[in-house]
Design a protein around this ligand. Structure first.
Ligand SMILES: [Cu+2]
Length: 390
């Protein structure tokens, strides 16, 4: 019954598609892929424009080669066939042919390699950047640190903003930027050279935005870099481009290119926000404060594997609801959260040491008092986490 219905809707979809109209109102994403987009995205940097032109140029060369090779082949088959009485010609050791098949491919290679090399060399030149931003890939989100230039010191995490219902429930209407929207986009000024330094915390990810002409692997323990200078104000979208595990498709990248004045405003706002959020690490929190804060930390960092109901995913991610670690001595849980764990589960628990002492204390306190958990040691203070780090 269920399958019959699904088949029906599939057939209806195909019919509507054939009639040239989408079965639901899908519109172009803003700064990402468009509906029925066959070519590359519209470039927003000189490099992306060069890549676009290179792609068109190479495609042109390939079409010319294709036509020439198949033209000669079909002409020979048709006009020189045996039934017309043709005798096979012999061109053994023909100097003309040998010179021809050396020179022609050589010319083709030069025509392709010369402009390609020029563009690749330009891509690698990350010197004299106005702003340097470090992008850290994590399972499964991006962390950004503004290392140099205007906005130095700003740092934040960037998580998928598409609501969970849209992902799990096929009857919910998808937003226009489905799976390519984030809570905290990268913001950069227009016409400034932005250097992106990539690295990763756990496995290999890759940071890329097609319209900006950037794609660079983010490798744990290594630092790679790339750059772009956006020449148009707007929002540009990309994704993680290296298969990095279960939620690889759920760690998008959004870059907002804004005017100089808007960038100043954003930097001021972000700095104020960071100062307001900065925690006094020696503060002693009440259990309710910790639980409230911990719920937010959990939603941003833990929910992808351990799930909102704390049950995890059988045979992949352990349940925290009823877990012996969560209900056991707190020192052990602090240790696991800080250092991660290589368990017998297929996916290891990554170390969460990049979170602040307060965040870790809050999330541990939250898990110890949530769902059916009633741990004896039910509260962890930031100072205890700080002590465990040593
Ligand atoms: Cu990734």
């Amino acid at each position: 019954m269920k399958y019959a219905k699904r088949l029906q809707s599939l057939m209806l979809g195909a019919l509507l598609l054939a009639a040239g109209m989408p079965s639901w109102a899908v519109v172009d994403s803003q700064g990402g892929p468009a509906v029925r987009q066959f070519n590359l995205q519209q470039p927003a940097t000189q490099l992306a424009a060069d890549i676009y032109q290179l792609h068109t140029w190479m495609l042109g060369i390939c079409i010319v080669i294709f036509m020439a090779v198949f033209g000669v082949m079909f002409y020979s088959i048709l006009k020189h066939r045996k039934s017309l009485g043709h005798k096979a010609a012999s061109f053994h050791e023909s100097t003309a042919v040998e010179i021809g098949w050396t020179i022609v491919p050589f010319v083709i290679i030069i025509l392709m390699a010369l402009p390609a090399t020029k563009t690749v060399v330009a891509m690698k030149d990350t010197s004299n950047a106005d702003i340097t931003i470090k992008a850290t890939g994590m399972q499964w989100k991006w962390g950004y640190d503004y290392l140099k230039g205007d906005g130095e010191g700003i740092s934040f995490l960037s998580n998928l903003a598409t609501p969970q219902e849209q992902i799990v429930d096929s009857s919910v209407v998808k937003s226009d930027n489905y799976l390519i929207e984030v809570d905290n986009p990268v913001v950069v000024p227009v016409n400034k050279k932005i250097r992106i330094v990539t690295t990763a915390n756990d496995v290999i990810h890759a940071w890329g935005v097609p319209a900006l002409g950037v794609k660079q692997d983010a490798i744990p323990g290594f630092v790679r870099d790339a750059w772009f200078r956006a020449n148009k104000i707007g929002t540009y979208r990309g994704q993680c481009y290296e298969l990095c595990g279960k939620d690889h498709a759920f760690m998008p990248i959004v870059v907002n290119v804004v005017s100089d004045a808007d960038y100043k405003t954003w930097v001021d706002g972000k700095k104020k926000e960071m100062a307001a959020n900065a925690d006094d690490p020696s503060k002693t929190w009440t259990i309710d404060e910790l639980k409230q804060r911990g719920e937010k930390v959990y939603a941003a960092n833990c929910v992808a594997c351990h799930q909102a109901n704390g049950k995890g995913i059988p045979n992949a991610f352990p349940s925290l609801d009823g877990s012996t670690v969560v209900n056991g001595p707190k020192a052990e849980q602090i240790n696991v959260v800080l250092k991660g764990r290589k368990t017998t589960y297929p996916s290891a628990m990554p170390p969460m040491a990049t979170l602040s002492d307060t965040e870790i204390a809050a999330v541990i306190t939250y898990t110890r008092n949530n769902w059916s958990n009633k741990a004896q040691e039910n509260i962890v203070q930031p100072a205890e986490v700080a002590a465990a780090r040593k």
